[in-house]
Ligand binder design. Structure first.
Ligand code: AP5
Ligand code: MG
Length: 215
């Protein structure tokens, strides 16, 4: 099963993708994670996109389509692919259609995580993660058990994302409403859209997604 998780910054795409990976053996393809990895490893592309990402703007369609094209080959053999944060423009959605059909794959469902902007500010400004193993936390809804120490691997390298500040978040939201939200109508018209309440408790969102994938 191949699915897209669609929603604004902080909607819970990464959180829910992680749960699907754990429970269903699916593979998560997050263009945000891929771009951050390119920055950390210091590739020319990583350097080119750094400022754009920190300002909260979208990087070019060409770059992210290339990343997905490359990653899909390895992921296709798994129990299914979760596209997290891709596509984000209509051009990316068309490219994904082509990529999938070129590889003999198809898209089963698009899960829209519905949230409101106020909750997003609180989620994004409280978020941090482990620099060593990538485990994700939140100051209020999911803190580490011992302050400053990762539950999963014991590292004390806990970081915040450079774009998790109010100014970049405002820009990320603007980009979402202008360029990404038209995908809701696009996938609705294709009969693929399933909307769930992203403001519910994490486990309830997980259950709603499971029900949507069965229906
Ligand atoms: P990306 O990394 O995709 O960021 P984003 O879309 O802004 O989304 P986030 O990762 O911030 O949020 P999320 O929905 O994953 O939420 P999470 O689960 O972490 O992209 C970053 C940048 O890369 C972009 O701005 C752009 O520059 C570039 N980029 C990436 N893809 C691109 C593309 N396709 N085209 C062009 N540019 C691209 O949850 C957030 C917090 O809330 C966490 O702390 C979590 O613990 C908490 N939380 C989650 N669910 C719940 C819940 N149910 N209840 C309470 N708390 C919750
Ligand atoms: Mg994410």
């Amino acid at each position: 099963m191949n699915i897209i998780l669609l929603g604004p910054p902080g909607a819970g795409k990464g959180t829910q993708a992680g749960m699907l990976v754990e429970k269903r053996g699916m593979v998560q393809l997050s263009t945000g994670d891929m771009l951050r990895a390119a920055r950390t490893s210091g590739t020319a592309m990583g350097k080119r996109v750094a400022d754009v990402m920190d300002r909260g703007e979208l990087v070019t369609d060409e770059i992210v389509i290339g990343l997905i094209d490359e990653a899909l080959d390895g992921a296709a053999a798994s129990g299914g692919v979760i596209f997290d944060g891709f596509p984000r423009t209509l051009a990316q959605a068309d490219a994904l259609d082509e990529l999938l059909s070129g590889k003999g794959l198809s898209l089963d469902a698009v899960i829209e995580l519905r949230v409101d902007d106020e909750a997003l500010v609180e989620r994004i400004t409280g978020r941090y993660s482990c620099g060593a193993c990538g485990a994700a936390y939140h100051e209020r809804s999911k803190p580490t058990k011992v302050e400053g120490v990762c539950d999963a691997c014991g590292s004390s390298e806990l970081n915040r994302r450079a774009d998790d500040n109010e100014e970049s978040l405002r820009q990320r939201l603007m980009e979402y409403y202008k360029k990404t939200s038209p995908l809701v109508g696009y996938y609705h018209a294709k009969g693929k859209l399933r909307s769930v309440d992203g403001l519910a408790l994490m486990g309830d969102v997980e259950a709603a997604i499971a029900a949507a994938l069965e229906g």
